[in-house]
Design a binder for this molecule. Sequence first.
Ligand SMILES: Nc1nc2c([nH]c(=O)n2[C@H]2C[C@H](O)[C@@H](COP(=O)(O)OP(=O)(O)OP(=O)(O)O)O2)c(=O)[nH]1
Ligand SMILES: [Mg+2]
Length: 311
Amino acid sequence: MGVVFRDGKVLIARRPDHVHQGGLLEFPGGKVEAGETVQQALVREIREETGLRIDPDLLEPVIEIRHDYGDKRVFLDVWEASCAEGAPEGREGQAIQWLGVQDLADVDFPAANRPIIRALKLPRRYAITGSIGNPSAFPDQLRQCLLAARPQLCLFRAPELSEEIYERLAGWSLEACRASDSLLMLHGAPLLLELLPQAAGLHMPWREARQYSVRPIPEGQLLAISCHDEEEIAHAEQLQADFITLGPVKPTSSHPGAPGIGWARFQALAAGAGIPVYALGGLAPDDTHAARQAGAQGIAGIGFWWSGNGY
Ligand SMILES: Nc1nc2c([nH]c(=O)n2[C@H]2C[C@H](O)[C@@H](COP(=O)(O)OP(=O)(O)OP(=O)(O)O)O2)c(=O)[nH]1
Ligand SMILES: [Mg+2]
């Protein structure tokens, strides 16, 4: 299926009432025919269903989803086209519209689309805080890094701090992030979100996530989990995580001694995940393309935005 973007909006159709998941909204697309690549099939389906022309060479992978509806199992191989030619019309009688990404709501789509909508709303970079020189200078350190890098989504991670100091600095961080239009995730246990409900969500380290068997926070906030292998990814899916980080892809100074899993293993794991996966570990902005080719939502890390010097 294809997510076709034009002028920042995505092309959405309404499934006819009489078909499977009928009446709900969908991204246009259909089945791959014999002898076709997935990209060719997508170009053909979008043309047949909407009349729009897209370039198969400009398609980028978004996410692969396997979903069991009970009455039908589906495999959705989702690709993104950043431009399209022509004026779309519902050639099969279906209603067609352009919607802003932030206006896509889970309830309007089939259940399998939940991770697609997450993927479209999440940025390509997930900025994680690194070493904190002096806690009292932290607010300035954070503000400067936010100003320089303008990340859309951040994680305040500081396992070296006591809970008390973390909570105090988290309150500060939330204000700093709000001022620079960045979403902030907190790192730790679900109780943190009850203390600081204005956070965008909670990122659980694996040792925390493993203790739960159902999603421990409300739907309206994001749940992220640090994963390292298939089992942890499956558990993150069970907890209905909105996204995960997976790595280390390359060796990294924040986890000395841990070898990287490399892009091939990352790709194999990410393909089975069915939720957005940020690649983590020793990555620079230059790695974003490789990460996306390997099926990542984007890159997560400290090095590409955090400066610990001078504080
Ligand atoms: N096209 C599309 N199908 C979706 C989405 N979400 C989702 O769960 N599905 C499910 C519904 C169907 O069970 C299946 C699509 O198969 P289908 O046979 O109904 O229709 P199709 O559009 O793929 O088939 P066609 O164009 O080749 O005729 O995938 C979505 O966003 N777009
Ligand atoms: Mg179709």
